[in-house]
Design a protein around this ligand. Structure first.
Ligand SMILES: *Cc1c(COP(=O)(O)O)cnc(C)c1O
Length: 379
């Protein structure tokens, strides 16, 4: 059986965890947390990076930081993971879901302006499959209407927009180190703060609403409760695991890109012949090989392909049901649920993700592509 995902271990994870345990400081914000944060700040030009227990938590911190109030509106794509929306819903926002563009699942930036109202507070672009949204266009729009931009960069580690790292462009951004992402910690995430106004408060919210971090830096002589907050920081053991991965980022990325390119070149001709969609990467975007997907002609074809691959011992999956039509959301906001988001529904029905992980061999990829070819030729 070829699984859909297999977490890759560099071999140093347990070594660093052992070191963290031996150092006798297991709670958060220790040596490994600092190493990981500094890595993100220097490699990706992020003003202030804060490690979190998940990308979901980083998004929740972002919603607190931009002071989302009940009734505020937040614009985002419908084709995304629930956490992108939940983080803002939890603070009482109304989420306005926008269609994907026709070329890839990223939000259609040109649609946004017509949905901006006096209640709009933020735009949340999701860099699907690590492929950048058009950030110049988006930041210009946010500037014009005085809105915040929170990048959901969960899938976008080491990916770039015109040379600028994703996660370093919006006022705030969130990364994920869930075991299905390129760089993993089991569960883990990171909040990127790129706007000076949020740096100090971000640390307080991170540390349960206390100014504990500045106390430990010796900036205040006692620490106490100064704001709202929660327990958003992970234990040092998580950071230690992550550090082993970050040290090997380049090697991991190189192999993932090889696999991605092998898929692309092996399937290019077949896709042309059978009108199957391949990942589209705009000129301004880099490819971080987070995901390899195909867009089949319809739902029935996708179901058939998934079943065929399963019978051949390959686990391919689909994901993201249009959030605007989800049971929770359509009950709360039937007005937005009634939007006709054609491209979103298309990707929800037709997109299929193929296995992509470090240990996947070239032979595995060739086998998978061979099975896909068999499915279409037989058809
Ligand atoms: C994985 C993912 C998340 C959630 O990340 P966690 O670290 O599991 O909380 C959020 N948004 C997108 C687009 C994702 O792919």
């Amino acid at each position: 059986m070829i699984p859909f995902n297999k977490p890759y271990l560099t071999g140093k994870e347990t070594h660093y965890i052992y070191d963290a345990v031996n150092a006798g400081k297991l709670s958060g914000n220790g040596k490994y947390t600092k190493l990981c944060q500094e890595y993100f700040e220097s490699k990706f030009q992020i003003k202030k990076a804060l490690l979190t227990t998940s990308c979901t938590d980083a998004l929740e911190m972002a919603a607190i930081l931009i002071d989302i109030q009940p009734g505020d509106e937040v614009i985002m794509p419908s084709y995304t993971f629930v956490s992108t929306a939940n983080a803002f819903i939890l603070r009482g926002a109304k989420v306005i879901f926008i269609d994907s563009n026709s070329q890839n699942p990223n939000m259609d930036i040109d649609l946004i302006e017509s949905f901006i109202t006096p209640k709009t507070k933020a735009i949340v672009p999701v860099h699907y499959a690590g492929v950048a949204c058009d950030m110049d266009k988006l930041m210009a729009l946010a500037d014009k209407y005085n809105l915040f931009v929170v990048e959901d960069a969960a899938q976008a580690v080491d990916s770039y927009y015109n040379g600028k790292a994703l996660g370093s462009i919006g006022h705030l951004a969130a990364f994920s180190f869930h075991e299905t992402k390129n760089i993993i910690a089991g569960e883990g995430g990171l909040l990127a703060v790129n706007d000076d106004r949020f740096v100090e408060r971000a640390e307080i919210i991170w540390e349960k609403g206390t100014n504990r971090s500045s106390f430990f830096r010796g900036e205040v002589d006692k620490y106490g409760w100064v704001d709202i907050g929660s327990s958003f920081l992970p234990a040092e053991t998580i950071a230690a695991f992550l550090w082993a991965q970050l040290e090997n980022l380049e090697m991991i990325q190189e192999r993932r890109k090889e696999i991605w390119s092998l898929y692309y070149s092996s399937l290019n001709k077949l896709c042309d012949e059978f009108n199957i969609g391949l990942p589209h990467i705009p000129e301004f975007a880099s490819n971080n090989a987070h995901m390899f997907y195909l867009v089949t002609n319809d739902l029935e074809e996708r179901t058939g392909l998934i079943n065929h691959l399963k019978q051949s011992g390959v686990l391919a999956v689909f994901h993201y049901l249009s959030l605007h039509k989800s049971p929770y959301y359509s009950n709360e906001y039937p007005d937005v649920a009634a939007y006709n988001l054609v491209n979103t529904d298309n990707f929800a029905d037709r997109l299929i993700r193929l296995p992509l992980y470090f240990d996947l061999t070239n032979e595995n990829v060739e086998f998978i592509c061979g099975e896909i070819t068999k499915f279409y030729i037989k058809k």
